[in-house]
Design a protein around this ligand. Structure first.
Ligand code: SF4
Length: 283
């Protein structure tokens, strides 16, 4: 039986900068005997709101495993050329949320749990534009989803991504779970420099992503108050621009300014954990 880590034709490894997709990358390299073939591309899409440790981890995986990783960022629409992307690297990657803020300026409203366009606009589509720019017409993308995420894996399999792309979750196909991912990284001589909490990386993806639970956001602000400033500014900008209800990341909980104040004044935590686990951005 073929390994789920072998592509049938041109392949793309979508590396989120998390431990799960990092293990997926390593297992795919191993399946090919230590070197990825020329028609397999590894991509990391940077929103500009990742923790520095995530950027270091992406760099380290590439350097230590000897695999080129293409760093992609979204760029604003150009009147003549349409939607654009940029290829960056560890040194030039955005770190102040620039691609994300540009997207807000373009859309005139903020993403929210109902209209969560940031994943598609900042990660999926820029990556697709890059792949087409290097001549790919049809390809299979490996996504870092595990066997303990059956609902997400089922959704991945049932969605239509157009005739150019098929998405697969080889870790799930191989029956690998969060425990396997933790064990894998415990055995490596380097790791993502963010806490591993029973397999969850609370600090992963965009630092204060609106899909993270309220208590989690408060805790992340208390740990490093400056994390809140960009999110506060985006909501202020959207309100100034007259975005109305579209000027908040979440309407069902306090603004980022209010959560910042709450965190700084040791206010009460939310009575419930309102994390929305349906984030399209994988670990
Ligand atoms: S991590 Fe959250 S805020 Fe960032 S792109 Fe994904 S859904 Fe959007």
């Amino acid at each position: 039986m073929n390994s789920p880590f072998l592509f049938d034709g041109p392949g793309v490894i979508s590396f989120s900068g998390g431990r799960t997709s990092g293990m997926m990358l390593w297992m795919t390299i191993q399946a090919y005997g230590g070197t990825l073939p020329a028609d397999v591309t590894v991509c990391f899409a940077n929103t500009g709101k990742e923790e520095e440790a995530t950027l270091e981890f992406v760099r380290d995986c590439g350097e230590r495993w000897g695999v080129p990783i293409v760093w992609i960022e979204n760029r604003p629409r150009n009147e003549a050329r349409g939607k654009e992307f940029a290829v960056v690297d560890f040194a030039t990657a955005s770190r102040r949320g620039e691609p994300f803020a540009d997207l807000h300026d373009e859309k005139k409203f903020l993403p929210n749990p109902v209209a969560r366009f940031c994943t598609a606009e900042l990660k999926v589509r820029p990556m697709q534009r890059y792949l087409k720019s290097i001549g790919l017409v049809e390809w299979t993308t490996f996504i870092g989803m595990r066997a303990d995420e059956p609902l997400r894996v089922a959704r991945l399999a049932n969605q239509d991504y157009g005739k150019h792309e098929v998405k697969e979750a080889p870790l799930a196909a191989a029956g690998l779970t969060v425990a396997d991912v933790s064990a894998f990284w415990a055995a490596q001589d380097f790791d993502l420099g963010l806490p591993n909490m029973s397999g969850k990386t609370m600090h992963g993806n965009c630092d204060l992503c609106f899909l993270k639970g309220g208590n989690q956001v408060l805790s992340l602000i208390r740990e490093k108050p400056s994390r809140a400033l960009w999110w506060i500014q985006q909501e202020k900008n959207a309100q100034t621009a007259g975005s109305g209800a579209g000027g908040w990341f979440r309407k069902d909980r306090p603004s980022y300014q209010a959560m910042y104040d709450m965190a700084m004044n040791h206010g009460e935590l939310f009575p419930f954990d309102d994390a929305l686990t349906d984030c399209g951005c994988t670990d």
